[in-house]
Design a protein around this ligand. Structure first.
Ligand SMILES: C[S@@+](CC[C@H](N)C(=O)[O-])C[C@H]1O[C@@H](n2cnc3c(N)ncnc32)[C@H](O)[C@@H]1O
Length: 300
């Protein structure tokens, strides 16, 4: 039996934006363990939820028994516009990016470098995974992944070493990969984090196409926002946060409702700096330490 617990990140901060509002129509694009959705439902709002994860279907079914006002769709959120959603405009759209604690604990997915498992890291069910990247990408592709998504300075040196090692023996597991990283002689950036963190992040982003999913989603999300709706996005690494920050910046309204880029819509930015979790939240939920929440209000 899987433990379906996922503690929602910055739950109070998100609810504070809609405090006192009633019967809102909310789109939760990263339902996960249903933590945020449940909070919205308990306040009497209507929730349309999306997630690519099979586990979420069971959780959503269970939640629907108590709250018939919710509808779940299994999909990649980058394709949310192709779904036959019962509601077409929303008062709040939430993205709580990345993977859930259920997925982190799943050794078939193998996101953790603390537990040994087959190399995979794909939590969205696509065709690509860390095994294919590590064992079949050519040197330049490996370098691109480590450089862009892991921000590893010596990406070329690492790519060369991996290509050499895998010609001797395929790299099958997380622990085998960690040995290769350790023996590569690459100087990984930070002493504060585990030395494999950047490489694992890079492989996870590539395996799940994380940045492309986000960019594709952002290109069309405005079509689904009611006037005065909120767009709230929680990200967990600087590459994602940069995309979100630039999206709001590029589409922010200037004083006197001046829209940019010949558009007739924009956002009032409600978080000049991203909100971060309180010390208490981080103590209770370590994953909250890297979360950043940005919220904009849609003006049309
Ligand atoms: C951090 S968890 C969300 C947790 C949720 N807010 C809660 O309170 O339980 C992220 C979820 O987003 C899902 N996810 C990430 N990227 C996705 C994508 N491109 N399409 C659909 N679901 C995605 C993952 O499967 C995971 O369940």
């Amino acid at each position: 039996m899987i433990n379906y617990q996922h503690i929602p990140i910055m739950a109070n901060e998100i609810l504070s934006f809609i405090d006192g509002e009633k019967n809102l129509s909310i789109l939760d694009c990263t339902f996960g363990g249903g933590g945020h959705s449940k909070n919205f439902l308990e306040k009497g709002h209507y929730v349309t939820a999306i997630d690519q994860d099979e586990n979420s279907i069971k959780i959503a079914k269970k939640l629907k028994k108590t709250f018939p006002n919710m509808f779940f769709y299994k999909s990649n959120f980058k394709n949310f516009d192709l779904l036959d959603l019962s509601t077409k405009k929303f008062d709040l759209i939430l993205l709580d990016l990345g993977f859930s604690s259920i997925q982190l604990a799943d050794s078939n997915i193998g996101l953790s470098f603390k537990k040994n498992s087959n190399l995979n890291m794909n939590y969205l069910g696509g065709d690509l995974n860390a095994y294919k990247i590590i064992n079949y990408y050519d040197k330049d592709e490996l370098k691109r992944v480590f450089n862009l998504y892991g921000e590893i300075n010596q990406a070329e040196k690492l790519a060369k070493y991996i290509v050499k090692q895998r010609s001797l023996k395929k790299i099958n597991t997380n622990f085998e990969l960690i040995d290769v990283l350790r023996d590569s002689g690459v100087n990984f950036r930070s002493k504060k984090i585990h030395f494999a963190t950047q490489a694992f992040q890079a492989l996870r982003i590539e395996s799940n196409n994380e940045l492309e999913n986000l960019v594709t989603f952002l290109k069309k999300v405005h079509i689904f926002l009611e006037i005065n709706a909120y767009l709230a996005i929680i990200s967990f690494h600087s590459l994602e946060d940069r995309i979100v920050k630039n999206y709001f910046k590029d589409n922010r309204i200037k004083k006197s409702k001046y829209f940019q880029n010949n558009k007739n819509w924009g956002f009032e930015i409600l978080t000049k700096k991203p909100l971060v979790s309180s010390k208490n939240e981080v103590l209770e939920n370590n994953r909250a330490r890297s979360a950043k929440l940005r919220v904009g209000r849609f003006v049309n």
